[in-house]
Design a protein around this ligand. Sequence first.
Ligand code: FES
Length: 594
Amino acid sequence: MSNDDKNNNAGREDPPTPTGMRKGLTSYGDKGFSLFLRKAFIKGAGYTDAALDRPVIAIADTGSDYNPCHGNAPQLVEAVKRGVMLAGGLPMAFPTISVHESFAAPTSMFLRNLMSIDTEEMIRAQPMDAIVLIGGCDKTVPAQLMGAASANIPTIQLITGSMLTGSHRGERVGACTDCRRYWGKFRAGEIDADEVADVNNQLVASVGTCSVMGTASTMACIAEALGMTMPGGASPPAVTADRIRIAEQTGAQAVQMARDKLTIDKILTPAAFENAMRVLLAIGGSTNGIVHLTAIAGRVGLEIDLPALDRMGRETPVLLDLKPSGQHYMEDFHHAGGMATLLRELKPLLRLEAMTVTGRTLGEEIDRAGPGFTQHVVRSIADPIYPQGGIAVLQGNLAPGGAIIKQSAASAELMEHEGRAVVFENAQDLAERIDSDALDVTAQDILVLKNIGPKGAPGMPEAGYIPIPMKLARAGVKDIVRISDGRMSGTAYGTIVLHVTPESAIGGPLAHVRNGDRIRLSVKNREIALLVSADELAQRARDNPVIEPTADRGYRKLFLQTVTQADQGVDFDFMRAAVMVGKVPGAAADRAKD
Ligand code: FES
């Protein structure tokens, strides 16, 4: 800068960063005109200048007739708006993509990244000082946090909340662990078509997310552990007054975050991710939680260290007694005090200095929640429902990039097991042969399903919960070792190895497993081994080279060209942070981000 420039700038202050309606003006080449035009249009909806001068709090509304897990979105939007108005802000709701598990083909995971792009770009495009993200069903919360992490404005997550449980012939039931259990009974001939139709009316007793510790509940708990929700925001069921009150508080807090410029990068620190990993293990959370947490971390330049997660698991018992690892449902967790009860118990293992959306640290919020009370849903560390973390990370020649197993939902007698591979080449092959009486299979075999990974299906569907072959189910077999490069619903259970990386569709060793090969699973040694020599595997790869799937156009083409493997969160490679700054947990990452 020349002396003249310095003299000319003397006494001048940088122009204030635009806020509210002045943010992100449309490019007409004349900023004054851009604001004039914007205000003219919004006034067409009846707004006054007094309203338009307030901080703008956007609300990402994911209500959709296709998404009953978000069926309370209209009430939540109304309550958030009330909170925003009470705190002096201007609420502006807008729609984004909404994804429901049972209404998305080929699988909701195929659309998670699209929803994250939608969320990020609408945050960037529209004027807002803070945003409330309303999410709940499995992929929605991760998609929203991924997008918001990339956009980096003050952000607060509002969970839609869990559904209520139903009752079937005197038994309490809820989606979706009981959906699978009753379907399994029907397949095994234990109940008839009339009964399976009856229970179909009871499994989902209200709007809201699945009532067990599936992926939605897992991500709700993770969002609170990350510091991204109001304290107590994870557990209130969708149709309760508590849920509506949390929504109102969320709106009010968003205004405060806008005033304090409490951007999401101040919350999504390595300490926050470490807390989320700890909570994932302690709640017996869905294996999908790892993939989503990895994707969210990748947006802020952090890698989840899977071996370290496994080490954390050895000192983090499962404390939460919820299905499928335990007995209870989300509404019971809420009645037991919700996340405050769990976090109080986990306190010695947590990074208490992590910042939250309230502007206070996680440790301060735990203290503010007060003392606990007698309850039977969150166990003490001295009396866990499972002695280690719910998820174990496996290594071996079958999964050079790692694989995982939800050990808390597996059968103890199968966790050290060697058996003969019974191979299915893809989901279609599985559907055609799994119930055939001619299938050569015993309860001691290991079912292997290929081509359901990120590129294989595509979208890494929750098809890793391979059904028990009909002839074994009828004989009373309840579990069998299963291996795939896919995912499974957090509501599922069994001795099931998932996320085998690299996947078979890109030529991972899984692609070259054949019927009759021997496979060894040792959860104790964290091993998944294909007992075939490296030379033989190399020969098989030369004899049958894998041709990666492609598409001619559109989103599927983008997906197949850019999707990463499970160990990178199945995010698109171009959506991750340009520079990775470290691993979580890890001292290097902490220095870089804390
Ligand atoms: Fe939406 Fe289970 S289907 S949470």
